[in-house]
Write a protein that binds this ligand. Structure first.
Ligand SMILES: [Zn+2]
Length: 387
């Protein structure tokens, strides 16, 4: 429990087995989940550095050993980041579009006014004295607006082929607006600046065309999701936003904290071609599933070419056991190991979980608590309060 920034409060969810969202096999994805009511940014930083990730208030840790598509946490050192030629092209193209020097050939992807402007510009090959378009990029604490929701629906139906009837403002809020993270202002910052959950809005000529959902944490900016107007797909906004987020980290590293220098792009799945781009940002590391130390991605990729699941800290090929690497062994946990796990009662009282009535009465409850401790580890089990 962090005294300075309050405490984190969670409820147990437990083991989950479901269909894989990447290779679409049935029941081959294994995760462990907890529900976070409130979470300090410091605690979330520790959790993501132990393989956890959040979706709204739900926090989950994939069991890499058992899952068909192991999800490794990936991070980029934003301060030492070197832009590649193709990444530079994305920026140049967008700048040329803003200046009116370039427009897509497929005019269907543009609205009519800018289309005619673009044609004129490309015909004359003349540089305009002022910009043709203005792109504003604004960071604000995550919030719901109809404009964001409409954009999200357009993106989900056109890009991910979601059924429009399945999209609801409530699910959008649950997934991309609500967050357990406690907002913590930076030292000497303006209102609205700090650690927590944010939306970075991309506004082209006054119109919202993309939103990046970001968590700003003590050591990193973590990318949660990105959605854009498919009409502007020609601007490669997915790639452009990653570069924008890297420069955001570089700014924070100079102005907020020297420790804040990492950019987290979520999980990296070696067998998933859609994720190749994540590995192209250099220098990147993958998180070791056993010791939670970091290894350069090139080293990891060589081993992942040969084996589905690799423990990078172990030079030998992995043989599956009862307990996945990085998890504590449930059977070896004793009551005395759990005396530092605390429960917050309805009346607001704190007590060791082993002193609770449920602990004494329910074998299932004891088992659930042990599985939870096995997944979060001793340090976090001590810091998080259960309710
Ligand atoms: Zn899979």
């Amino acid at each position: 429990m962090s005294k300075k920034n309050g405490f984190s409060l969670v409820s147990l969810v437990g083991s989950n087995q479901g269909d894989c969202g990447y290779c679409h096999q049935k029941d081959t994805s294994h995760t462990f989940g907890i529900w976070a009511h409130v979470l300090t940014c410091e605690d979330y930083q520790t959790l993501i550095d132990h393989g956890w990730r959040r979706s709204g208030h739900y926090l989950y840790k994939p069991n890499l050993e058992r899952s068909c598509c192991p999800q490794y946490t990936i991070r980029l050192n934003a301060v030492e980041y070197k832009q590649t030629k193709s990444q530079r092209k994305v920026v140049n193209k967008l700048n040329r579009f803003l200046e009116g020097d370039w427009a897509p050939k497929d005019t269907n992807s543009m609205d009519t006014t800018s289309e005619s402007d673009q044609k004129k510009a490309s015909k004359n090959h003349a540089k305009e004295p002022s910009q043709k378009h203005t792109l504003e990029v604004l960071l604000e604490p995550s919030s719901f607006t109809k404009e964001k929701y409409d954009l999200y629906c357009k993106y989900q139906t056109e890009i991910h082929k979601d059924e429009p009837s399945e999209l609801k403002p409530e699910s959008f809020k649950r997934f991309l607006v609500e967050s357990p993270l406690r907002e913590e202002p930076f030292e000497d910052s303006k209102p609205g600046q700090g650690f927590g959950s944010f939306h970075q809005k991309y506004i082209l000529d006054g119109k919202l065309i993309a939103v990046a959902v970001l968590d700003i944490l003590p050591k990193c900016v973590s990318s949660v999701y990105f959605f854009y107007d498919p009409q502007y797909a020609f601007l490669a906004l997915g790639k452009y936003s990653a570069l924008k987020e890297i420069s955001l980290v570089q700014d924070f590293q100079k102005t907020v904290s020297s420790e804040l220098k990492w950019y987290y792009m979520g999980f990296y799945i070696h067998t998933c071609p859609k994720m190749n781009y994540k590995g192209q940002f250099q220098p990147s590391d993958l998180l070791d599933p056993k010791l939670y130390t970091w290894f350069p991605i090139q080293e990891c990729q060589k081993r992942l070419d040969k084996h589905r699941f690799v423990v990078f800290s172990d030079p030998d090929e992995h043989t599956p056991g009862d307990t996945p690497p990085g998890w504590l062994d449930v059977k070896s946990l004793k009551d005395s190991d759990l005396k530092n796990v605390h429960v917050l009662s309805d009346k607001g009282q704190l007590a060791p979980v082993t002193a609770s009535i449920l602990w004494k009465r329910s074998l299932k409850f004891r088992q659930n608590i042990k599985e939870y401790v096995a997944a979060v580890g001793h340090t976090m089990a001590k810091r998080l309060l259960i309710c």
